[in-house]
Design a protein around this ligand. Sequence first.
Ligand SMILES: *Cc1c(COP(=O)(O)O)cnc(C)c1O
Length: 409
Amino acid sequence: MTREDCAALDAADPLAHCRAHFLLPDGVIYLDGNSLGPLPREVPGRLDEIVRTQWGRDLISSWNTHDWIGAPLRVGGKIARLVGAAVNEVLAADTVSINIFKLICAALAMRPGRRVIVSESGNFPTDLYMMQGLRGLIPDIELRIVARDEVTAALDDTVALLLLSHVHYKTSERWNMTELTHAAHAVGALTLWDLSHSTGAVRLALNAAGADFAVGCGYKFLNGGPGAPGFLFVAARHQGEVQNPLSGWLGHAAPFDFKDEYQPAPGLRRMMCSSPSIIALGTLEAALQAWQDIDPTAIEHKSGRLGDVFIATVEEACAGYGLTLAVPREASRRGAHVAFAHQDGYRIMQALISRGVIGDFRAPDLLRFGLAPLTTRFVDAFDAAWVLAYILGNRTYDQPQFAVRALVT
Ligand SMILES: *Cc1c(COP(=O)(O)O)cnc(C)c1O
């Protein structure tokens, strides 16, 4: 693979024009869009409009006149196509962790008599921690957390819910959503998919897979800004039945009737709790502009090819330097990030960042590179691999400043 080969792939890339939607600093190869998506060009102007005009001039009337009150469902509707859902099945609200909590409770209530939740050991910590917190409230629930290859065998007729991350945050391994959903349904269990590392990275088909519930992240591949709202999916067939344990006033059927008794809204709006954060939702909505008209198949294809090119170039450029591929080689079994293990991973990543190649480090030893399909060029993947080879070959990562640990890695 030569740089010319990569330039030819860029020239033929149907998503190449998407990069122009973003304000990326010069001299940087940004391979961390899986942790914090870069700034979309549309955002600063939209924020200015929301703050100065909608808030500053129109004040409280904006809840109606600028449809602030409808923002969670409107923004959710713009995410729906990317996850293979209908527009009325996705709500943009709260965070991934909070949405996990709400949907686990909802699932347990829909499977009375069953008290087992199955998940994967090594799942993203918040998914496990939220379950552990819930066990403090409902002591008789059993968390059956098993190794990846034991998940299917752990399903039986005591299981209420199967909760999995569709793409693993470290190993990039991708579950077959259809197969696992069918396996869960075969024993009468429900499914909750965490799509944090999948949305905007690979092709998703929640309804085609028969999924029940899902959650996802606004600040990763969707580029909704630091701490952006998350989203949740409830299949249409469950929307009349789900109960929100965080039964706040905006999930009420008629919030402005101010009744004493909670009565859930008829549709997905019942999964809301509080007043939506309009500035954050407005940022996410502006960011979603870049995804309009994007074909999910093109996303899937580009992420896969970028990963192939990056893996092949790193293995060629860095041969003999002690890196081990830590993700599946086969593109259809990966997400849009690639990771390599190295015992000096932290210091190597700091040295890379100092040379303008921004990835991240995941303990204990992973160098992680997000290959976001809208912003990453094939030449970026190629160049990043050769900068990595330079750092490994010259051991520049031995310099003491690279050993200093920051709080966020
Ligand atoms: C990033 C990520 C989250 C984020 O959770 P927040 O509560 O929104 O901070 C959750 N789950 C997974 C798998 C993630 O990758």
